[in-house]
Design a protein around this ligand. Structure first.
Ligand SMILES: [Zn+2]
Length: 310
């Protein structure tokens, strides 16, 4: 019934939808072989293909930008709204992890890890920019002998545990930050048998006005605390599990305004996600947690944020 009242874009062509939104839809042509974007005339300054529209985002979030005059927007007006979160471009049916997730939640191991925090562990976390109240809020923990695989062999290392909770407050995965990995092994591990999950700094709160997308749980935590302390309390922070993780797609649309701030080594990735979603790219010269720990002033951070643009 809903679909009859609000026809989905499966029933209308992208050209129809662009026309509805006030563009000259019939003039638009696909601009990539995957059908993810189209080009056509700019409503402001004309031309034939200078306006780029990303059409694989959920409606109305087909963001657009004119190469010539800079006319741009994050969403179309007057088009049917797709239920955000129902359709994630490029994803297929996922394997069912419900049993593994149930087991993870039932094990309550992360609570044992949290209770095992000793003063020296709390001090280590403070040194990473996470005061005790936030260590408790996120149930951060410590495990003396975390087994991990490297090159087909099992090793052990002490590790800090970072539970990752969904907006439904169900635990999705746990990150382990190994403090003594063997040579050549990565510092971070997830739970075996579960897919990578994002770290949501304020789970259960999609009503917040804006979001930052960063890479990694520690950066997300340190940035979240910094924003809270400086009065940006209606701000969500999402930590991606890896630089190439596509999981931002499941979160970025929930917030009216979003900023993408991946590590300085990956400006192209930041730019691509921002361009595709109409988010604002933020380029800091150093990793955000390092900048904050080094005492970056709010006014200098705010200046970078306010100047962020495509
Ligand atoms: Zn233009």
């Amino acid at each position: 019934m809903l679909s009859r009242l609000f026809p989905s874009k499966d029933m209308e062509t992208p050209e129809d939808i662009l026309t509805r939104a006030g563009f000259n839809g019939s003039e638009f042509r696909y601009s990539d072989s995957n059908g993810r974007s189209m080009r056509g005339p700019c409503p402001k300054c004309g031309g034939t293909r200078r306006l780029l529209v990303f059409i694989d985002n959920p409606l109305p979030f087909w963001n657009y930008v004119c190469d010539l005059c800079g006319f741009k927007g994050r969403q179309l007006e007057g088009v049917p709204v797709e239920e955000v979160g129902m359709r994630i471009p490029g994803t297929r049916e996922r394997p069912d992890y419900s049993v593994a997730i149930e087991a993870l939640n039932a094990s309550a191991e992360w609570i044992d890890y949290h209770l095992a925090l000793k003063e020296e562990n709390r001090e280590w976390l403070r040194g990473r920019g996470i005061p005790d109240e936030y260590q408790n809020r996120w149930t951060l923990g410590y495990v003396e002998r975390k087994p991990f695989l490297h090159g087909g062999k099992i090793y052990h290392s002490p590790a800090y545990s970072i539970p990752k909770v969904g907006h439904d407050l169900v635990l999705r995965n746990i990150d382990y930050r190994l403090t003594n990995p063997v040579e050549g092994a990565g510092k971070y591990r997830g739970e075996t048998g579960l897919p990578p999950a994002v770290f949501i700094a304020n789970p259960g709160h999609i009503e917040l006005n804006r979001a930052f997308i960063v890479e990694g749980a520690f950066k997300a935590m340190v940035l979240f605390i910094y924003l809270q302390e400086n009065g940006w309390s209606d701000t969500q922070v999402i930590g991606l599990p890896g630089i190439s993780s596509p999981l931002w797609k499941e979160h970025i649309w929930e917030y009216a305004e979003s900023f993408v701030m991946l590590d300085p080594d990956f400006p192209e990735r930041t730019k691509a996600i921002a361009r595709e979603t109409g988010s604002r790219p933020v380029y800091l010269p150093v990793k955000v947690d390092d900048a904050i720990l080094a005492g970056m002033s709010w006014s200098s951070f705010e200046a970078v944020i306010r100047n962020s643009d495509l």
